[in-house]
Design a protein around this ligand. Structure first.
Ligand code: CAA
Length: 379
């Protein structure tokens, strides 16, 4: 795709985000639910299958376009942004990348249109950052597997129709023996146990899911048996670009609001932005936003060009997430006491930003990945 295409996509998504999503963001946060009408429109606009090829019902764009979509939607509403990101990066992508032709034909069209929503079941109550220690087991029963275990913190878990699930097919005490499966969530034994009551991204469901002897046909094994950990890691490399884009969208929203407020609010007989203390905060916010966007574009560009991108996606997520925390904190500072109240949106941006330093790999894990990539030539 060309630079002009990306600008056209940004304009289109931005218009949708401003007119359809942003006006509902406060009520999505308060009511802890994204209206179905929004999900329907996301699908109709091609935002849930942006980089799925047209032959599988997608919009045929690339990962750079996808990152712009997530950024713009997250600028309006971070809960809606992560619905798009978890669905697309963590469910659509592994099926597109590791699925066989039958699986792609069967699952991608409905995921791309939004008729089906996807989730990614890796984390468990005792296997978060140490994902390789998961204990959910898929027992080989001849012509099907039977999956039993508990998955935690599953974004879109409540709404999902399709789950990419990681389970051991051989019991090990490390990542070896993990396989990946495509699971239809209406299968008997799949049960949403609870949804977390969270600090932020309150409109996005974060579910605990129980698998009680869930029967999965053999043909739903995703990729090669016992190569599931690599599938999860590769998927998260792309997912981290999505979360970096979500963080960037939150940062942009916080900056835009702080800038507007600094123009409207008069103290000492002048708008706030006449004060250099405020200008410096706005200048640092603007610089961190620009740097986050360039890191995201570089990671996306490399992914689109089939170059390695683990290092760049970890850098993008680390920097964009920590910037989002810094920028939303400063946005509240610019807005002072007003910014601390729920009458103003900046406290929501602040609450929404925090999770970007945690899910799809904490900031500490991004540093582990970055250091491992930078140091590997010394071995
Ligand atoms: N791509 C493909 N394969 C990879 C990979 C990558 N980026 N990174 C590692 N692998 C493979 C390795 O090649 C190796 O496989 P082989 O033995 O077949 O060669 C295997 O994975 C293990 O590699 P390492 O020894 O390097 O990995 P590790 O055991 O040291 O763990 C880790 C690495 C970085 C700590 C990893 O466990 C990790 O990323 N943890 C964080 C997990 C995470 O992000 N969890 C978030 C959950 S998802 C989520 O948030 C859900 C949601 O809904 C939002």
């Amino acid at each position: 795709m060309m630079l002009g295409d990306y600008q056209e996509i940004r304009d289109m998504v931005s218009k949708f985000a401003d007119t359809e999503v942003a006006p509902l963001a406060a009520s999505i946060d308060k009511n802890e639910k994204i209206p179905e009408s929004i999900v329907k429109q996301l699908g109709e606009n091609g935002f849930l299958g942006s980089y799925v090829p047209e032959e599988y019902g997608g919009a045929g764009m690339d990962y750079t376009a996808y990152s712009i979509i997530v950024e713009e939607i997250s600028r309006a509403c971070a809960s809606t942004g992560v619905l798009v990101s978890a669905h697309t990066s963590l469910c659509v992508y592994p099926i597109l990348n590791f699925g066989n032709e039958e699986q792609k034909k069967k699952y991608l069209p409905k995921l791309a249109s939004g008729e089906h929503i996807g989730c990614f079941c890796l984390s468990e109550p005792n296997a978060g950052t140490d994902a390789g220690s998961l204990i959910t087991f898929a027992e080989d029963k001849g012509d099907y597997y039977e999956i039993t275990g508990t998955k935690n913190f599953i974004t879109n878990g409540k709404e999902a129709n399709i789950a990419v699930v990681f389970a051991k097919t051989t019991k090990t005490d490390n990542y070896k023996g993990i396989s990946a499966f495509i699971v239809e969530t209406d299968t008997a034994g799949y049960e949403v146990m609870k949804c977390e009551d969270k600090l932020g991204i309150k409109g996005s469901s974060t579910a605990q899911i129980s698998f009680d002897k869930v029967r999965v046909p053999k043909e739903n094994l995703l990729g090669t048996l016992e190569k599931g950990f690599g599938i999860a890691m590769n998927t998260l490399d792309g997912g981290r670009i999505g979360i970096a884009s979500q963080a960037l969208g939150i940062s942009q929203a916080a900056f835009d609001y702080a800038k507007k407020y600094s123009n409207e609010r008069v103290q000492f007989g002048k708008p706030l932005h006449a004060l250099q203390a405020i200008q410096f905060m706005l200048a640092d916010m603007s610089t961190k936003i620009a740097a986050s966007r360039l890191l995201i574009w570089e990671a996306s560009r490399r992914k689109d060009n089939n170059e390695t991108y683990s290092l760049q996606s970890a850098q993008a997520k680390l920097f964009a997430a920590e910037s989002a925390m810094w920028i939303t904190t400063k946005a509240i500072q610019v807005c002072g006491g007003n910014g601390y109240t729920k009458e103003y949106p900046v406290e929501r941006f602040f609450r929404d930003a925090k999770i970007t330093e945690i899910y799809e790999g904490t900031s500490e894990i991004q540093r582990v990945v970055i250091a491992a990539n930078e140091l590997k030539d010394l071995k």
